[in-house]
Ligand binder design. Structure first.
Ligand SMILES: Cc1cc2nc3c(=O)[nH]c(=O)nc-3n(C[C@H](O)[C@H](O)[C@H](O)COP(=O)(O)O)c2cc1C
Length: 344
């Protein structure tokens, strides 16, 4: 039975961050579920990893790697923990997380609050079941941001199936400047050196606010540096029309109002890569139709966070079931066949 419709009014009566802490606490009490088995239609190989299905939990929900087992148990094909910084940090002053209920959206300016990489490593021991990515970032007060990413790679390379280099949070001042061509090249050279020869694949998480020429620059550097995948993308600093009372809050906007922006940006990346680099789509995905649309626009995998807040953890299984129906209806035997098959 789906419990979430009963729990949601209770959670929504609380301040959003308190509700999130309580949710993590409650999830920790659940027995760790088994990760989903590879689905014959949906399983897909990306960056040398076999994803049992394409629906992942995006970074930011399980920042400190506390409940990834339980979330895999709800049917997510993979979970991305973090963002983790080398040293623990508090993040921005509260309040810093806002539900925009009428808009099916969230605005957050958390600022990489987390207990640091060493604490997470203790919970990410080797030999774990299921696929877990670790998303790494820089401490706010770091004097050498690039060195922080290299530290993250060294700390987490043996404890995650892939590493996400997150240069797109709007809540750490200056972080997004690492998306500029020469800074990005320097950053990727440093993380690759820190990884060494047989570390996990690298995913790069970018902002949905990049212009076409910035997309081209990111792709040029990513291909030259042999990156494994690009995640498009993080929250937006733009403000499409919103009606909720929190709409003027500073921070990154996620959920339904981000959907068309994230889809447009995915299309730009697909055009720029010509399908040569696997893409992960994130932003406003809440059902099978959304996921199918991103896959046909060029994504190999999808992730979500905000829709989980509104619809509960059963969302992963629901999207996978809807995806299978849509694939069949459109004559695809396997997910892989549908990637990038959008008609102009
Ligand atoms: C409260 C909150 C915290 C987030 N924290 C992170 C984070 O630490 N690192 C990161 O890469 N993305 C973070 N994100 C961004 C999500 O991973 C995702 O890219 C974005 O919310 C768009 O997807 P959605 O519309 O499905 O939520 C956060 C999002 C939210 C709502």
């Amino acid at each position: 039975m789906a419990l979430y419709p009963l729990l949601r009014p209770l959670a929504f009566a609380l301040d959003a961050e308190r509700a999130h802490r309580l949710t993590i606490g409650a999830l920790k009490l659940l027995p760790p579920g088994l990760p989903p088995a590879p689905d014959p239609m949906l399983a897909i190989k990306v960056a040398g990893l076999l994803f049992p299905n394409p629906v992942g939990l995006a970074a930011g929900f399980d920042k400190d790697a506390e409940v990834w087992r339980q979330m895999l148990g709800f049917g997510f094909g993979f979970v991305e923990v973090g963002t983790l910084t080398p040293r623990p940090q508090e993040g921005n002053p509260r309040p810093r997380l806002f539900r925009l209920v009428e808009d099916r959206a969230v605005i957050n300016r958390m600022g990489f609050n987390n207990r640091g990489q060493a604490a997470a490593v203790a919970r990410l021991r080797k030999g774990r079941p299921g696929l877990v990515g670790a998303n790494i970032g820089a401490n706010k007060d770091s004097s050498d941001r690039i060195a922080d990413y290299a530290l993250g790679v060294a700390a987490l390379r043996d404890y995650a199936d892939y590493l996400t280099v997150n240069i797109s949070s709007p809540n750490t001042p200056g972080l997004r400047a690492l998306q500029d061509k020469s800074a990005l090249d320097e950053l990727l050279a440093a993380v690759m050196e820190a990884r060494g020869n047989n570390g996990p694949p690298f995913f790069l998480k970018v902002a949905p606010d990049l212009s076409r020429s910035e997309v081209d620059d990111v792709v040029t550097v990513a291909m030259a540096r042999k990156l494994d995948s690009i995640i498009i993308g993080n929250t937006t600093i733009s403000r499409p029309p919103l009606v909720s009372r929190h709409s003027a809050e500073t921070g990154g906007l996620s959920g339904l109002p981000l959907k068309s922006l994230a889809l447009d940006r995915l299309r730009d990346f697909r055009r720029a890569t010509g399908g040569a680099l696997p893409l992960v789509a994130v932003g406003g995905i809440s059902n099978g139709v959304d996921a199918f649309e991103r896959i046909r626009a060029g994504a190999s995998l999808v992730q979500l966070y905000t829709a989980l807040v509104y619809e509960g953890p059963e969302i992963a299984e629901r999207i996978n079931a809807e995806l299978k129906r849509l694939l069949k209806r459109h004559g695809f035997a396997r997910l892989e066949e549908a990637i990038g098959q959008e008609k102009d």
